[in-house]
Design a protein around this ligand. Structure first.
Ligand code: AGP
Length: 608
């Protein structure tokens, strides 16, 4: 959950590094630093944001004119955010400088070994061990030394290394943490993610685990662990640069909320054809689908919420049993997987460590893996048997919105595809689902018009202590995502609860003025949900309801009602989440929170 960047070329490295880091702050932002090679290695680093680093650089009386360097923006794992714990880390003699994203699991043993050799450490981090170990192993050849170092470290890492004796090169490697190489004439780069380099180049090497990069101004060479040269395809990015810019919005999150209809259209429509659903580049045969016994959907966070909605929809339409697992649990519970199972991995970033590990666990059991991913060429995408991309475009805000909503739409596509393949639905039913699916982007777009009303509501509830979001069936799954949005950007404690479960304990927390959001779209459960609303009202709650047009009866019990367009209630989570995204956003703004970079969080959790 950190961002790393490296540059060698014709221009001042510091400028390129700082610009690249500004596009990686979403990956971690509690401290930052750069190291530049100029008559030895010069390092400037600080606790705080990139702005603090820039201020510190301006205050140094040294001009950073070097044309080769590395940079880092941190999400602390080992050691609190501080100047000394920030990256880059150096060897004691200053010969080696390292930036690192990931966790070195055996850093304590290595630290003891190096201390016995007389080396002194200054930080609490695992990364400093890499700098000292690299120096300890250094034999004059950066690639050979890197191979020796990674043979001794265990864990997840993307590493960029400078050496004062090699002022013309950076050596880098990745294992379980993302790293890519940016390529251009006379200038070459490394970075954790494409947005960092998009304004410099559209051509990349997407590194696989244990591929070592030697970066020089006049070229890039890749090696395997036996120091054999590797040839790779160049990956050409077609995004426009503005896709990774705020375009006048105060926060990326609002831009990405507004981009949802477009992302949904790009994700759904290319997969609709005259005779049904056509899943692009999928090698699942109809025979395989017909024989699927069980589907396991595995993910983290909001992707897990999408998975739970997926369970309801896929089971309802295809009658295939679906199990949903948190990735961090799945990999350790010795899951029961059979060859006729299908594992669906869901991840916006395609780099979440727990989710990637779950994918590998499923493959260890010989189970086919289909992933739903937003970042093209990401680790999860590359290791899956099949990938269904969500075409939401780059998502920068830490709190996902368009990533989640486009994941939902892929779940709907899969449900209808599986349902038809297993002959659980007729051609007519399939076509009706497709008609309903086509409506989703417009429904979501229409809900953006609630913004002004929600701004008022946000002011009313911005100081809430606890918020509860209740629902039944798919609405309960939708409530989970609604609740997380509120928690992660406004820091208000919030809980999603199955409405029928509230009375079994948690209702004791409801008191005068407690905000309860009731999501009520499942018609067969509507009356029961109304009863649950009455239960909390009787204990002093203020109730905001989200329900389809036509359910005006709810106005008799709720204090505020947001109507969503009528539609197929199996797809309702796509609509009910929008008012909650807007409410979370405006409450966070009202509370003066940093909406795009909430405290303690990072966009891609690439450590366990
Ligand atoms: C969602 O708003 C959070 N940022 C977080 O829960 C996220 O969904 C989770 O970390 C999974 O990320 P992924 O989809 O990139 O794997």
């Amino acid at each position: 959950m950190c961002g790393i960047v490296g540059y060698v070329g014709l221009h001042q490295a510091a400028d390129v590094l700082l610009q690249g880091l500004s596009k990686l702050e979403y990956r971690g932002y509690d401290s930052a630093g750069i190291a530049v090679h100029q008559n030895g290695i010069l390092t400037v680093k600080t606790k705080g944001r990139l702005a603090d680093l820039k201020e510190k650089i301006e205050k140094t009386d040294t001009c950073l004119f070097g044309k080769i360097g590395i940079g880092h923006t941190r999400w602390a794992t080992h050691g609190a955010p501080s100047d000394v714990n920030s990256h880059p880390h150096s060897s004691e003699n200053g010969r080696i400088s390292v930036v690192h994203n990931g966790i070195i699991e055996n850093y304590m043993q290595l630290k003891e070994m190096l201390e016995q050799k007389g080396r002194k450490f200054v930080s609490e981090t695992d990364t400093e061990i890499v700098a000292q170990l690299f120096d300890d192993c250094y034999n004059g050849d950066m690639v050979e030394t890197m191979i020796n170092v990674i043979s001794q470290i265990r864990g997840a890492y993307a590493l960029g290394v400078l050496c004062s004796e090699h002022p013309d090169q950076i050596v880098a490697v990745r294992k379980d943490s993302p790293l890519l190489v940016g390529l251009s004439e006379k200038e070459n780069y490394i970075a954790s993610d494409i947005p960092a380099l998009l304004e410099y180049t559209r051509d990349y090497y997407l590194l696989e685990d244990n591929e070592i990069v030697l970066l020089k101004q006049d070229g890039v060479t890749l090696f395997d662990l036996n120091k054999n040269e590797i040839k790779k395809e160049v990956f050409h990015v077609t995004w426009d640069v503005s896709a990774a810019e705020k375009d006048g919005y105060d926060y990326f999150m609002m831009k990405e909320i507004v981009e949802q209809p477009e992302g949904l259209r790009k994700t759904i429509f290319p997969r609709l054809c005259d005779n049904g659903i056509q899943l692009d580049h999928i090698s699942l045969t109809e025979e395989f689908v017909k024989n699927i016994n069980r589907i396991h959907i595995v993910a983290c966070g909001s992707a897990w919420h999408a998975a739970i909605v997926g369970k309801y929809v896929i089971e309802k339409i295809s009658r295939i049993p679906v199990e949903v697992d948190l990735a961090s649990e799945f990999r350790y519970r010795d899951p029961i997987l059979n060859k006729n199972d299908l594992c669906i991995i869901v991840s916006q970033s395609g780099e979440t460590a727990d989710t990637l590990a779950a994918l590998r666990e499923a493959k260890k059991h010989g189970v086919r893996v289909l992933s739903i991913v937003n970042v093209v060429g990401s680790s999860i995408a590359r290791e899956s048997d099949d990938v269904l991309y969500t075409w939401a475009g780059p998502e920068i805000a830490v709190a996902t919105t368009k990533g989640y909503s486009t994941q939902l739409s892929v779940m709907y596509l899969l449900a209808v595809y599986f349902g038809k393949a297993k002959q659980e639905i007729s051609l007519q039913e399939q076509n009706q689902y497709i008609t309903d699916l086509k409506k989703v982007p417009e429904d979501v777009k229409s809900l953006l018009e609630l913004e002004e009303r929600i701004k008022v509501l946000a002011k009313q509830y911005a100081q809430s202590k606890d918020v509860f979001v209740i629902g039944r069936g798919i609405d309960h799954a939708a409530a989970m995502e609604a609740s997380l949005k509120l928690k992660e950007i406004s820091y208000i404690h919030s809980e999603a609860y199955a409405a029928g479960e509230l009375k079994h304990g948690t209702i004791s927390l409801i008191e005068d003025g407690t905000l309860v959001v009731a999501i009520a779209t499942q018609q067969t459960l509507f009356e029961k949900l109304v009863s649950n609303i009455k239960e909390v009202k009787a204990r002093g709650a203020n109730v905001v309801a989200i329900t389809p047009r036509g359910n005006e009866a709810i106005e008799k019990v709720a204090d505020e009602v947001f109507y969503i367009p009528e539609g197929n209630e199996l797809f309702s989570a796509s609509s009910t989440v929008v008012p909650m995204q807007l409410l979370a956003y405006y409450i966070a703004v009202e509370r003066g929170c940093d909406v795009d970079k909430p405290r303690n969080l990072a966009k891609s959790v690439t450590v366990e």
